[in-house]
Design a protein around this ligand. Structure first.
Ligand code: FAD
Length: 292
């Protein structure tokens, strides 16, 4: 099932994200977390891909299981930076063979040891190179790409970042998922600007439930997201009590989703990070709204 066809709903719909294990030994626990999340019947599930090859090995195995064992539409992530054309083409063939229709086309973060390398020799420099490769391999792929309501950290300014996003859409991207954000107004401003720039494809906001204080620093470092005072106060108050922090973080994410839906956004992606209990709690908080 193509994700683009799942985004026409009028009622709120949630999708969840999982990440693959780093090694074989972690496979069963990720598989079982995935199964628990799949039982919630999300609109789709996405499986991340390690840019430096770290966790990329198991992305397809997990994605295939979601589709075949649990019947949930699946989005397999794929990154291209620091990969050779041969590796990427092989991965695309594997995705096709696995019968997966949906690919999240990403550049990936530049691994620190490659930051000073001469990039002119790389087979892939940006996500757009991968989008073109996917389109060439199979016109029918439903392709997603990433966007950054608070600007990608390497961009000189938002205008330039949105221009690059327009190019990804023109190259064949069917829908866009956002980086996490903790202030919905940043998303609304961003949506206004990209619609003005002529981007009409669906945009799925990505919401990260922060469930422990240690996660805060890591999430902010990864995303560069702005932390509103309301969220800071919550971490200050509950950060040292793990159960309370989890409850408060889930409530904050739930509140963000309710506000998005109140503003007519009907598809929200939850960075559920292999935590079925978090996905389940968010879903049950929204049960009447979701009709589940
Ligand atoms: P691009 O779209 O290539 O953009 C990267 C930067 O280059 C931006 O600053 C952009 O403005 C600029 N740019 C783009 N095109 C050009 C051009 N032609 N000329 C000059 N500048 C240009 N990482 C993983 O490793 N695995 C994952 O599974 C993963 N999933 C993600 C899912 C989502 C929804 C998001 C938001 C991010 C995800 N990431 C993942 C992180 C992502 O790989 C990094 O944020 C990465 O730094 C940028 O990837 P991109 O696809 O947005 O890159």
């Amino acid at each position: 099932m193509k994700i683009i066809n799942l985004l026409k709903n009028e009622k709120l719909s949630l999708s969840f994200e999982v990440f693959p294990p780093k090694s074989e030994s972690g496979f069963e626990s990720v598989k079982s977390a995935t199964e628990e999340i799949a039982k919630l019947r999300p609109s789709f599930m996405s499986v991340t891909y390690g840019a430096g090859g770290g966790t990329s090995k198991y992305t397809l195995d997990i994605a295939k299981n979601i589709k075949e064992l649990y019947g949930v539409p699946t989005l397999a992530h794929l990154t291209c930076v620091s990969s050779t054309r041969e590796t990427v083409r092989r991965k695309i063939e594997e995705i096709k063979k696995a019968g997966l229709d949906n690919v999240m086309a990403l550049r990936g973060d530049i691994p620190p040891h490659l930051e000073t390398e001469d990039r002119s020799k790389w087979d892939y420099k940006y996500a757009i190179d991968l989008i073109r490769e996917l389109k060439e391999a199979d016109e029918n792929f439903c392709i997603g790409c990433a966007c950054y309501p608070e600007i990608h950290p390497e961009s000189v300014n938002q205008k330039e970042d949105i221009k690059r996003l327009c190019e990804k859409v023109q190259a064949g991207c069917d829908f866009i998922t956002t980086q996490m954000f903790f202030d919905n107004n940043l998303l609304y401003n961003f949506l206004y600007k990209i619609r003005e720039a002529g981007i009409t494809v669906p945009v799925i906001p990505g919401i990260m439930p922060i469930t422990n204080a240690n996660q805060v620093e890591r999430a902010l470092k990864l995303s560069g997201s702005f932390m509103p005072q309301r969220f800071k106060s919550l971490v200050d108050k509950f950060g040292s009590d793990s159960a309370a922090m989890k409850q408060a973080g889930i409530a904050y994410a739930t509140d963000q989703i309710i506000d998005l839906y109140a503003n007519n956004i009907t598809n929200v992606h939850v960075y559920s990070m292999n935590k079925p209990d978090v996905a389940q709690k968010i879903q049950s908080n929204l049960s009447d709204i979701l009709g589940k």
